[in-house]
Design a protein around this ligand. Structure first.
Ligand code: HEM
Length: 326
């Protein structure tokens, strides 16, 4: 391999592994240098889906989620959508687990999420969760595509697995923390099993292993390009689901939104007057409520640095007026 073609992945400070070890049933990676070429599938995927990733990270639903604006109802529906997606994906991966282009990325014990999602749904919807959830209009084309790919072109399952599992092991971990805080979910992890990969010790090491396994798959350049294209398609399907959730969010009654958006302010401020919370008051003031506009002004005046800034402005204004009228 031409040296100028080699890339050393520098995203992570500890350099990479190409082999794996199993410790107590948990996969960990060792620390050899990972030498990558731009024609490696992992590099083609990372490069070829950059824009799609940026779009996904910056869509309104994800931005709101990251700010903790995730009503419980929406989180439940999002979990249900994921359940249908993983059900389809893991069913197809299972059917194709001996396929030479799927076998290297077959990690059921470490990655598969269906059971974890079922536990989360039981937590949110109760024992009858299965009859309470349904496949949404925007999740259906995603699920149909996964089944289609599994039956017609199993190599493309690599794209679907990459898009979801690598994302779950990366940004998903941020979402877990946000959801736990915003929805006040128990620290025991109930409702968040999806984000908890019990069989993986060290997400970065596992992601390196996964990349090296993707690179081991025997693929011609054309098929690699098709996998990148399919991954972009998978990002697109995820965006469709987010947009659908965002639309549903707009219809959720304000009361329910308030409970979730305010980080359960009423609960946080237990025994205290919620109107004393400057963030709550500022939020209500910006919504145009006159009571809160006055209260917000009062709160500002009680705030020492604000008083100093205000006094400076008044002095400046008085000085300017005096100079002007001279
Ligand atoms: C909440 C918004 C998101 C954040 C903050 C986020 C963050 C990140 C970060 C920090 C990485 C780099 C991890 C690394 O190099 O090891 C990453 C990688 C990745 N993310 Fe996201 N992400 C978000 C949303 C998504 C979504 C919605 C998807 C797809 C459904 C996704 C799919 C991926 C994939 C496939 C990778 C692996 C890239 C590679 O190394 O090849 N992410 N994400």
């Amino acid at each position: 391999m031409n040296n100028s073609n080699l890339l050393l992945r520098s995203i992570e400070s500890t350099k990479t592994m190409t082999t794996e070890q199993e410790t107590n049933g948990v996969i960990v990676g060792d620390g050899e240098d990972e030498i990558l070429s731009p024609s490696d599938l992992s590099e083609m995927l990372a490069e070829g889906t950059k824009e799609a990733h940026d779009r996904a990270e910056n869509c309104q639903f994800v931005k709101d989620f990251l700010r903790g604006h995730i009503p419980r109802e929406l989180f439940k529906r999002g979990t249900a959508a994921l359940y249908f997606v993983y059900l389809a994906m893991e069913e197809e991966i299972e059917k194709n687990k001996d396929h030479p282009q799927v076998a290297p990325i077959y990690f059921p014990a470490e990655l598969h999420r269906c059971e974890a999602l079922a536990r989360d749904l039981e937590y949110f919807y109760g024992a009858e969760w299965q009859i309470q959830i349904s496949l949404s209009a925007c999740t259906k084309p995603y699920v149909d595509r996964i089944h289609n790919v599994g039956a017609q072109d199993p190599a493309l399952l690599v794209a679907h697995a990459y898009t979801r599992y690598m994302g779950d092991l990366s940004g998903g971990q941020i979402l877990k923390k946000v959801a736990q805080r915003a929805l006040k979910l128990p620290s025991s992890g109930e409702g968040l099993n999806f984000y908890q990969f019990e069989g993986i010790h060290g997400h970065s090491g596992f992601k390196r292993l996964y990349r090296s396994r993707m690179n081991e798959i025997e693929l011609d350049t054309d098929t690699k390009r098709k996998i990148v294209e399919e991954s972009n398609r998978a990002f697109g399907f995820n965006m469709m689901v987010f947009t659908e959730l965002e639309e549903i969010g707009k219809k959720i009654p304000e009361q329910a939104q308030e409970e979730a958006f305010g980080h359960g302010h009423a609960e946080i401020m237990q025994g205290e007057d919620i109107n004393k919370c400057p963030y709550y008051v500022a939020k209500m003031a910006t919504s145009g409520n006159p009571t809160y506009v006055c209260q917000f002004a009062k709160a500002l005046l009680q705030h020492l640095p604000s008083q100093v800034v205000l006094a400076a402005w008044i002095a400046l204004f008085a000085g300017f007026t005096a100079w002007y009228l001279r």
